[in-house]
Design a protein. Structure first.
Length: 429
């Protein structure tokens, strides 16, 4: 029994996870045909890797996942090169993880050889013997590495020195060479096929500088591997800056920009979810309420879905079931008013802090500490102090720029606080 069955749904229509690589995921993806086509064209046609840039929560991972799902379905020898996606994305959260990444990637490729073995054989590609791959996977160092991988993906966030040593041992034992040889035997002549790997959430490295350095570090290893095509994805300009690095010139395509879904598409995305999961209930947040939230939250799809879910929990907690769409919309409005008043009444923010938030809103939701005089601060340090005050209360997020110039963007709760401060005016988008 879940709250969703009480509300007349088979599961949450507001799930904030990225879309799954399934037929349902494909049905739920809206408005990204052009991006998928471009992504696949680049993967198949260029020797540089693909980069994707777009705000957090805009739909980057979902679009890559569905592109991969289609690539896998459409793989056939007649359309060489074959593109074989490694489904789980890689992540690097700290610079130490870069050392581990290589070993993790080769392990994923070995698994990929097992997963795609039948297809590869059917198309006449020379895949390694399963027994050989298993032997490789069971070598002590590879087994230790597998122990360090998280369930959700290949990201290894705990930079344990033991893992780093293991990865050094991995390099010394030449374990990557075995996988490299398998790839060159399989994809012969070179270019007739690739494994497609995704390096997601590059902004976890926080600054553009560390993201760029991380990519430069893998430039001559996994980015230079002839059997691999990479999709490198990040937010806050991190990928754009890295792609412009002279040392990465010719290795990375110009970024594909993922913009927020238009209001019509966002509503279509909501309706697709309601169609998919409704068992007859009126949705807690229907098109009217969704539009309202999407505007207040500046077209951030993930944050909008999150608030829809929060509101659904509230409805259920209050025992408000079986109301109509219109009644839900009115309830959503009062719930939002209360919630945003709570954020706007945060006693941890000084009046200069609030002024900065208001000015950031007026500046498209962001600010650069170099522009301190425009914002009425005597220097970047003073401005940063007030931004940090807002960040401690989750109203903005600060990030480090490439040349030491830091910046901040308004966070979802910041937009809600602003909604209350502006007398509940919906921002124009
Ligand atoms: N094109 C789309 N159509 C429908 N839902 C989408 C679309 N893109 C993203 N979503 C949904 O929006 C949320 C954020 O998407 P995600 O791909 O995780 O964003 P990002 O990787 O850019 O942070 C997820 O719940 C996802 O299911
Ligand atoms: Mg993502």
């Amino acid at each position: 029994m879940t709250i969703w069955s009480d509300l007349g749904f088979s599961q949450s229509p507001y799930d904030t996870k990225s879309l799954p690589p399934t037929a349902i995921g494909e049905r739920l993806l809206v408005g990204r045909e052009r991006h998928i086509k471009r992504l696949i064209n680049r993967l198949a046609s260029s020797s540089s890797h693909v980069t994707i840039e777009g705000q957090a929560g805009v739909g980057k991972t979902s679009l890559i996942t569905i592109a991969n799902y289609r690539m896998k379905r459409n793989s056939d020898k007649a359309r060489a090169p074959i593109l074989l996606p490694i489904e789980v994305p890689f992540q690097i959260a700290t610079r130490e993880n870069v050392k581990l990444l290589e070993a993790t990637v080769y392990r994923a490729i070995a698994e990929g050889f097992i997963r795609y073995r039948d297809e590869l054989q059917a198309w006449g590609y020379d895949a390694p013997k399963v027994a050989d791959v298993n032997k490789w996977m069971n070598s002590p160092i590879v087994k230790t590495l597998s122990g360090g991988a998280s369930v959700l993906g290949f990201s290894v966030s705990a930079a344990r020195s033991e893992s780093v040593n293991t990865s050094l041992a991995f390099a010394e034992a030449g374990l990557s060479n075995t996988v490299r040889n398998w790839m060159s035997e399989c994809f012969d002549p070179p270019g007739c096929g690739y494994f497609v790997c995704v390096l997601d959430n590059l902004e976890l490295l926080v600054s553009s500088t560390s993201a760029r350095q991380a990519l430069e570090e893998i430039r001559d290893t996994i980015l230079a591997e002839p059997g691999l095509r990479w999709v490198i994805c990040g937010a806050r300009g991190v990928v754009r800056t890295a792609a412009a690095s002279p040392r990465l010139q010719g290795r990375l395509c110009h970024p594909l920009e993922v913009e927020p879904l238009s209001m019509d598409d966002a509503i279509r995305a909501l309706e697709a979810r309601i169609n998919e999961f409704s068992t007859g209930g009126a949705p807690p947040v229907g098109a009217i309420g969704f539009q309202y939230l999407y505007e207040i939250l500046k077209c951030n799809l993930r944050n909008t879905l999150q608030k829809c879910e929060d509101f659904s929990f509230w409805l259920h907690d209050e025992g408000i079931l079986g109301e109509s769409d219109m009644e839900h919309a009115a309830l959503l409005q009062s719930w939002l008013t209360l919630l945003s008043d709570e954020y706007a009444g945060n006693p941890g923010i000084s009046s200069a802090g609030w002024r900065l938030l208001d000015d950031m809103v007026g500046n498209e939701g962001s600010c650069d500490f170099e522009d301190h005089d425009l914002f009425g601060f005597s220097g970047p340090e003073e401005m940063k102090r007030y931004a940090a005050e807002l960040e401690r209360q989750n109203l903005v997020e600060i990030s480090s720029g490439d040349t030491g110039g830091d910046s901040a963007v308004v966070a979802p709760n910041g937009w809600l606080a602003r909604f209350s401060r502006s007398g509940y005016q919906i921002p124009r988008i």
